[in-house]
Design a protein around this ligand. Sequence first.
Ligand SMILES: C[S@@+](CC[C@H](N)C(=O)[O-])C[C@H]1O[C@@H](n2cnc3c(N)ncnc32)[C@H](O)[C@@H]1O
Length: 289
Amino acid sequence: MALQGRGRLSQVEMHPSPSRKRYLSLYFRNVLLNTPLSLVLDLRLASGRYLEYVAALDLVGTLNSSDWILDVGCGHSLLPSIISERCGVVALDIAPQSVRWQAKKAQQKRLLEPTWGDAAHLPFADNTFSGVVSISAIEHMPEDLDTLASKEMWRVLRPGGVCVVTTTFSANKYAVQEDWNTHMPLLLSLLGRRFWSRAFKFLPVDRREAYYERIYNRRVLNERLIDPVGWKLETALTFEAPLLVRMLHRFFLPPVIAPLECFLAYTLRPSASLDRGEAVILKLVKSLR
Ligand SMILES: C[S@@+](CC[C@H](N)C(=O)[O-])C[C@H]1O[C@@H](n2cnc3c(N)ncnc32)[C@H](O)[C@@H]1O
């Protein structure tokens, strides 16, 4: 059923599809930032991230060098490093190892400030940031933490500012998955839960043994992230991987797939349609009053 109301998911225009020309540049930046090892063992820059990061960088491209951006749930992402070449960026995460990792990258970056914090209680004053980005983080916040995080991102954003949130999406039923081996290649999941509960402590990946992920649908996105907060939803872009890419991720190990991720990104299908897609990029605006 179509939802009514200004700026709600049924009515928004398509986010202009991010330029694919930037994928190759992201690929090489990743190698420079994370050593050539990332070519074979890249657990961070999966194909979907190319699309999501370019969408976030499109927002950054509209800002000035004196502006500050907040990256909520930055993880081990290279996005804060890239943003910091144009303007200031606070890279916030609740996981101390992610903050430590960003701190290492920040050593050569004057405008990158890694910060430990909870998205549901952001340690910043109202209207602090010119822009907010949050890439594939909000779906990992259980209970009502995703709604609180959305409210907090709105609060710390200056009026007229833009927030780019990317998250999981389904055209059909809303779902929550908590299996420890969600998205894990089949062969690796055979190693078992006990092995991975130890291994995750040492690996540069942003997941723990207890894995929590919501798959939002249109109704729940409105109910949990948009309506309680007063965002104006400006654009939405869904995307999904073709079956072949999903099979590659399921059956091949990361060192085989990692060098291909950039090229697999070209096969993703961005769409304005909310009747399909496995992830969505939302561009939310805090209205001027
Ligand atoms: C799947 S990772 C995405 C990381 C990164 N944004 C990227 O582009 O790859 C999700 C991140 O959200 C962080 N996170 C989850 N709950 C959080 C919270 N309440 N506050 C801040 N960060 C949170 C996790 O620690 C993790 O680093």
